[in-house]
Design a protein around this ligand. Structure first.
Ligand code: IDP
Ligand code: CA
Length: 497
């Protein structure tokens, strides 16, 4: 009993000094680890927002983007939070009643007010970019185009966002920002990977953009855009063909086939049994065709379908001019185009049309695509309507023409071959964000893609916490070991007794 007490008294672990040091040591280590964990714990995510209105020739769409608030200038990913399709037609179709162009945006803008938290409204940039519909209106009637912008501007300024202006994008910008969007969403820019080309088909214009292999930009400087993004240099080739969007190209095809001013016209690009009355003045009311208007024509003509893909292709080919090229190589209409390079993402109407025709799968060979189109175009109009009662008749009637145009544009126009055709992916969106120029436009205007690669912290959060914990444990073990000189006394004493 007394030996036991003696041992207890002499146990060095039980001296007040050791106990105090141990307790302080443990508290210090726990405090160190806690601070490390708490300090670096991700705070609840706060977001910032940006709004872009895509005022296309056929309709306007509003996109809301969001990104983590503390990372807006480099590392945070910008994603599409919401989109809203404006009811009615594109703003250029309100030339005769501009106020209605402004009013048409109200519903989607109200939706944006609900989607963006109100404390962020004032700092949220709002942009409107107009494309080929307004480019054409601007050519046709400058005053009317200015009035549309005035009305749109007035409407947008009535909302609590930070309005940054409404303008017409150049074809170059439209092509280049579409390319930025696709490659940003695919994470190719930050990682410096080989980029994907972008093919955008609208109603009034179409764009092709890609980084060529070896590229002499001096050959046609107006087709080149230089970017420095995340520390990498890109020399982008881009071209926008005004009037070669699918609605204007259809006008050109109809104009070509009615150039003699007939009363009825048989069209291989429309289904057998299709028949509508069209007005000559309405058909030729666009700068894309106005010069081709026949001198003498009746008021209307009857547009009937024949449904022959190969003959339709012949009609479409007449709309491309292959005769003159002052460069080393051209696509069509004397426009320079370097050899195609890499894979491509084809979006907007490319996707809508190919998706309807069940032809988005890249593994379908070009020959099969053509065979399917030939079969589809040859199907009687009544049967097509019965098979797709849910599809708008205007769209439904035009899928044969649009599909034929897409294949002809890609192969005859841009020179895709049966080998390179399989490198085209028909896409609507990438990782939940729509493919299109709007995201690239906003990233550029808000300087959200830095020219140089951002400095990233040497360690991610988890790595940092683990290292602090390991060091703390090592210190603790070291501390215990430092008490070692007193250990033998403690363990040997009872044996001596
Ligand atoms: O569901 C659809 N099916 C077929 N075509 C569509 C659908 N939705 C939109 N489109 C077409 O996509 C095109 C979009 O063009 P947009 O309005 O962006 O013109 P732009 O880019 O030339 O200014 C239009 O031709 C429009 O008719
Ligand atoms: Ca468009």
């Amino acid at each position: 009993m007394s030996a036991q007490r003696e041992m207890k008294e002499k146990n060095p672990w039980h001296t007040p000094l050791t106990i105090i040091i141990t307790v302080i040591g443990v508290i210090a280590i726990v405090a160190l680890v806690t601070v490390a964990v708490l300090q670096n714990r991700p705070v609840p995510q706060k977001y910032k927002y940006g709004i872009v209105l895509d005022a296309g020739s056929s309709h306007t769409a509003l996109y809301i983007y969001e990104w983590p608030a503390e990372k807006d200038n480099n590392t945070g990913r910008v994603e599409q939070k919401h989109s809203c399709k404006v009811k009615g037609k594109g703003i250029s179709s309100y030339a005769a009643e501009p106020e209605k162009a402004g009013m048409s945006l109200t519903e989607c803008m109200r939706e944006a007010e609900m989607q963006v938290p109100s404390r962020r409204h004032q700092e949220t940039p709002l942009y409107l970019g107009a494309t080929a519909g307004m480019r054409l209106l601007n050519i046709e009637n400058r005053e009317a185009s200015d009035k549309v912008f005035e009305a749109v501007e007035k409407a947008l300024q009535g909302f609590p966002f930070s309005y940054q202006g409404a303008r017409i994008l150049s074809g170059q910008e439209e092509g280049a920002f579409g390319w930025v969007t696709v490659n940003y969403l695919d994470d190719r820019l930050k990682q410096g990977l080989e980029t994907t080309g972008a093919l955008d088909l609208g109603g009034a214009s179409t764009q092709i953009s890609f980084v060529p292999h070896e590229y002499d930009i001096s050959e046609s400087p107006s087709n080149s855009v230089a970017f420095r993004l995340y520390g990498n240099d890109y020399n982008l080739y881009t071209h926008s063909f005004l009037c070669y969007g699918k609605d204007q190209v259809l006008r050109m095809a109809l104009a070509h086939q009615t150039r003699s001013g007939p009363v009825t016209m048989s069209d291989p690009c429309f289904h057998p049994g299709y028949s509508v009355t069209r007005n000559y003045n309405a058909l030729y009311d666009s700068p894309c065709v106005s010069e081709r208007k026949p001198k003498e024509a009746p008021l209307n003509f009857t547009h009937t379908g024949v449904g022959n893909f190969f003959r339709c292709q012949e009609v479409v080919k007449t709309l491309f001019n292959f005769t003159s090229c002052k460069y080393s190589r051209c696509s069509f209409n004397g426009i320079f185009q370097p050899p195609l390079q890499g894979s491509f993402g084809a979006f907007s109407a490319y996707y809508f049309v190919m998706n309807f025709l069940n032809l988005t799968d890249s593994s379908i060979p070009l020959e099969t695509v053509k065979a399917n189109l030939a079969n589809y175009c040859g199907t009687p109009w009544n049967q097509i309507k019965q098979q797709h009662p849910e599809v708008k008749e205007k769209y439904l009637a035009e899928y044969c023409f649009s599909g034929t145009y897409i294949v002809t544009l890609l192969t005859e126009g841009y020179n895709f071959t049966k080998e390179t055709f399989s490198k085209i992916k028909f896409i609507k969106e990438i990782k939940g964000s729509d493919a299109g120029w709007t995201l690239g436009y906003m990233l550029n205007l808000t300087n959200m893609i830095p020219a140089e690669a951002p400095d990233s912290p040497p360690l991610p959060h988890a790595g940092y916490v683990s290292i602090v914990t390991v060091i703390a444990l090592l210190l603790f073990i070291l501390f215990i070991l430092s008490l070692r000189p007193i250990w033998p006394k403690c363990s040997k004493k009872p044996q001596i007794v």
